[in-house]
Ligand binder design. Structure first.
Ligand code: NAP
Length: 463
């Protein structure tokens, strides 16, 4: 018998709710419904799909406070960030409600008078999504909104830590009038559901946000049925602070990038490279500001940094810190913990490390916690080499007011997202996604609906 999911508050370890795990048969049934409802949903006209999406977005906004509270309870993120995530989540629905009406085809001049060539766009088919715990609302709407706008049906499996936010959003989609079989949520264990999704003859596309190893296995398993895949995977973002940078601004933006969701985002500032001429001033200002951040339960309005999600996440951060300190890193602030394994909560005090080098694990592995490691460079090319020396290629940041330095950095950093004097580049109207092992495809912007569409070419002859 399958066990239910016990959703717990990572700030206290307390049980919030027990969620029913779907049986394999129920999940297969959901995929069949997705397949059967595709024909009707894909033929609903684009303006109607747009109207329903807009209604969904409005309903989410109406319930913003209660959704944000659930999100904070299950993910631990500060309530102000949860409120921000609800806005971020609906911004994708708003954007794709508009894009639904702009899925243009084109005509191509033929090479004979007796032919016409017309190119149209069609929805790819039923879509299955798997999402992570760190953005339980936005990672889902970033997939569901373009899929539904394109005319695809949609089934999502949220992370076991945070199913409640996703379930609430799906319930509101139904209230908005999107048919129950068109958008569905199933719950259970990742590997099992991943196998059912990838083996299914009904699913035409898998869209995943999560870790790189799981993304790779989903791609492999999707090959047999040649499913379309979109992968939003891990990151290890560098931040380059050039000698001429506005130091106060760079400090402010590094903090904005790093401490969101207690450092548990795929685009968090993970490796800070500062020009040696300014490193002391930058590090001292950064540590002073980081000491002011309030660590605590996300439900308190003044909390800036919540707990890390679970024991596994906590152990990884602690081991990266131990490794860095044992190899000579200087702790400017933090490196302290408030964890209770029995109760099940794990807090890491916001930490700044100086004198970090490339031999340390924290520079090599994705960091998922509130820790900033600082290293130095003298030549810009050296900073670029270090920044690019990772299998990841999601986000990167640099701070400079010199336009030649800026253009050079932009052109030489191998990352899908580049923030120039900007620590918070994500937006529904821009393509989010990574190069190399950070993924395949983009979410957001006009690019974000493309993966949900097939191109069909019609050639009319004998005219
Ligand atoms: P994860 O272990 O890959 O889990 C993410 C989702 O995948 C969960 O729903 C999980 O289900 C499911 N899953 C786990 N193993 C699976 C398998 N073998 N087959 C199919 N599904 C499986 O990732 P995480 O550690 O929770 O999330 C953090 C990662 O996500 C980081 O690497 C982060 O950088 C990345 N991320 C990327 C983006 C982006 O846009 N690029 C955004 C946010 C996060 P269970 O809960 O049941 O295990």
């Amino acid at each position: 018998m399958t066990e239910n999911i016990l959703v717990k508050n990572p700030a206290t370890g307390e049980l919030i709710e027990e969620v029913k795990t779907n049986t394999n048969e129920e999940i297969e049934q959901a995929l069949l419904k997705s397949h059967e409802s595709f024909k009707t949903w894909s033929s609903v006209n684009a303006h109607e799909r747009s109207r329903l999406l807009q209604k969904w977005s409005n309903l989410i906004q109406k319930n913003k406070e209660s959704i944000a509270k659930v999100m904070t309870l299950e993910s631990g993120k500060p309530i102000k960030e949860s409120l921000g995530e609800v806005d971020y989540a609906t911004s994708y629905i708003d954007w794709y409600a508009e894009e639904a009406k702009r899925l243009y085809g084109r005509t191509v001049p033929a090479n004979t008078e007796t032919k016409r060539i017309i190119i149209t766009r069609q929805p790819v088919g039923p879509v299955a999504a798997i999402t992570p715990w760190n953005f339980p609302a936005a990672m889902m709407t970033r997939k569901a909104a373009p899929a539904l706008a394109a005319g695809c049906t949609f089934v999502v499996k949220p992370a076991e830590e945070t199913p409640l936010t996703t379930m609430k959003l799906i319930e509101l989609a139904h209230q908005a009038g999107i048919p129950n079989d068109v958008v569905q949520c199933v719950n259970g264990d990742g590997p099992t559901i991943g196998d059912i999704f990838t083996n299914s003859p009904y699913i035409r596309k898998i869209t995943f946000t999560g870790s790189t190893p799981v993304g790779k296995s989903l791609i492999t398993k999707s090959a047999d049925t040649m499913k379309h895949v979109s992968m939003e995977l891990g990151g290890h973002a560098p931040v380059i602070v050039a000698a001429d940078a506005d130091i106060d601004f760079a400090v402010n933006q590094t903090i904005a990038s790093k401490f969101r969701n207690a450092g548990q985002t795929c685009i968090c500032a993970n490796r800070v490279l500062v020009h040696e001429s300014i490193v002391d001033e930058y590090a001292q200002k950064l540590a002073t500001a980081v000491r002011q951040l309030k660590l605590g339960n996300g439900l308190k309005e003044d909390t800036d940094v919540g707990p890390v999600i679970n024991k596994g996440g906590f152990n990884k951060v602690v081991s990266q810190l131990e490794d860095a300190v044992s190899k000579g890193a200087e702790v400017l602030c933090g490196n302290e913990f408030n964890a209770n394994q029995e109760k099940g909560y794990y807090f890491v005090h916001p930490t700044v490390l100086k004198d970090v080098n490339e031999e340390m694990n924290i520079m090599q592995e994705e960091t998922f916690g509130p820790v900033i490691p600082i290293t130095t460079f003298t030549e810009l090319d050296r900073a670029i080499t270090i920044a690019n020396s990772t299998p990841y290629g999601l986000a990167s940041y640099f701070f400079t007011n010199d336009y030649r330095t800026g253009v050079y950095l932009h052109e030489n950093l191998n990352f899908g997202i580049v923030g120039w004097n900007d620590g918070a580049p994500s937006a529904a109207h821009a393509p989010f996604g990574g190069m190399k092992e950070s993924g395949i495809g983009r979410e957001g912007g006009t690019e974000g609906i493309e993966p949900y569409l097939e191109t069909k070419y019609l050639s009319i002859g004998n005219l």
